[in-house]
Ligand binder design. Structure first.
Ligand code: NAD
Length: 371
């Protein structure tokens, strides 16, 4: 294991990457961490607010396809660990516009692997201790029928969406760089995350924000698509466990053992929201347009819309390996995590408002002119 881990975190301004940077620096306040991000529509510098107080924190605005900038960033702080989150991540977008998914998820991952190999394995002083940790998804395994056993690490890959296929491609490249060149890699395949900083186009924040605006809650198809859900902080703890104790070349599933149908989640959010507004009058004062402030049950807003093409019915993940081998298990139960997530959105309106009205991108415009 590497005595002093000096991290470059790609996709650090996104949902999970930013949660990971907060988690890592809270637990390693003297550590070195370069947050590297292209700031696409999904990247938001506000997600990294507060991290400037850590002496080893740096931000680099860059694309993972820019090999020179990646190399300079790795050299600048003698980085020996890459934690690779950067990706195009939204399945619906991958259906309408797959090109960016191929470019970032496959070609971009390969660029990172190439640079890491050149620096860490092929440098003038010979190999140096390092780790390349790749973040992937359970969607690479395809879909499950209701009674199928959950995905294991050795379940064959069968990706169905362009997003899942691009992630599967990147997983294979990571595997090949370990197998062929001896790059010290690990991979984690995680189920659906939820929690703070989740972009409001995704199911859980979308439902919360729509209830606050008394707007329809769209449910794809019959709402019976089943997913496993994990609180993002638990995911970050799982990744940290792999960085500490994970074995070279291994992949680890990370999941919540927590299968929910989409419709049931929406109903859970509706109930939690109604209870929160009933329990604390200040929310109705702060959000007078919210359904419960207007005397409606939030669930009255549910509206069924046409299903997404090729929508996988069920994902479920067998995450026993990481518990058995690395002693990691998730700590946050779902109703508590949902309640905490709702409270976070209620308490941070400026965060989601600037995401929804696009003003979170002003920083980019100030730096580079309108893009
Ligand atoms: P996100 O879309 O919120 O964040 C992605 C980040 O990557 C953004 O900050 C974006 O600006 C950045 N980025 C995109 N293209 C880039 C490029 N070419 N160069 C540099 N940066 C770039 O995504 P997320 O939900 O935080 O997901 C992070 C990772 O976790 C992804 O690899 C995703 O596949 C994986 N994952 C996500 C989930 C989930 O539930 N969200 C579950 C399992 C795995």
């Amino acid at each position: 294991s590497i005595a002093e881990k000096r991290l470059l975190v790609t996709g650090a301004a996104g949902f999970i990457g930013s949660n990971f940077c907060h988690h890592w620096l809270e637990t390693h306040p003297q550590g070195t961490l370069i947050a590297y991000d292209a700031l696409t529509y999904a990247g938001n510098l506000h997600n990294l607010e507060g991290l400037g107080k850590y002496p080893g924190f740096h931000f680099v605005h860059g694309d993972i396809n820019d090999a020179r900038l990646v190399e300079n960033s790795l050299r600048s702080h003698a980085i020996n660990v890459i934690v690779h989150f950067a990706a195009e991540s939204h399945v619906d977008r991958s259906i309408h516009d797959p090109d960016a998914f191929i470019q970032t998820n496959i070609v971009g991952t390969h660029t990172l692997l190439k640079v890491a190999k050149a620096l860490w394995l092929d440098g003038p002083e010979g190999p140096i201790p390092h780790r390349f940790h790749h973040i992937s998804t359970d969607e690479v395994y395809g879909t499950l029928a209701p009674r199928d056993p959950p995905f294991r690490e050795d379940t064959p890959y069968a990706p169905n969406s362009p997003y899942a296929a691009s992630k599967a491609g990147s997983d294979h490249l990571v595997r090949a760089y370990q197998h062929t060149y001896g790059l010290n890699t690990t991979t984690s395949n995680c189920s659906n995350n939820y929690g703070p900083f989740h972009f409001p186009e995704k199911l859980i924040p979308l439902i919360i924000v729509n209830i606050l605006h008394n707007k329809a809650l769209p449910i794809y198809g019959d709402g019976q698509q089943i997913r496993d859900w994990l609180y993002v902080e638990d995911h970050c703890r799982g990744i940290a466990a792999i960085l500490e104790r994970g074995q070279e070349g291994e992949s680890y599933n990370i999941g919540g053992c927590n299968e929910w149908a989409n419709l049931d989640i929406v109903q859970l959010i509706c109930r939690s929201m109604d209870d929160l507004f009933a329990g604390q009058p200040r929310w109705a004062i702060q959000y007078p347009q919210a359904a419960p402030a207007l005397g409606r049950k939030s669930a009255e807003l549910i509206e069924y819309v046409r299903d997404r093409p090729g929508h996988d019915r069920r994902y479920a993940i067998d995450a026993r390996k990481i518990t058995r081998e690395l002693g990691f298990a998730p700590a946050v139960d779902f109703p508590t995590g949902i309640q905490d997530t709702i409270l976070w959105y209620l308490e941070h309106p400026q965060w989601w408002q600037q995401v929804m009205d696009g003003s979170y991108r002003n920083w980019l415009d100030q730096q580079y002119g309108t893009e």
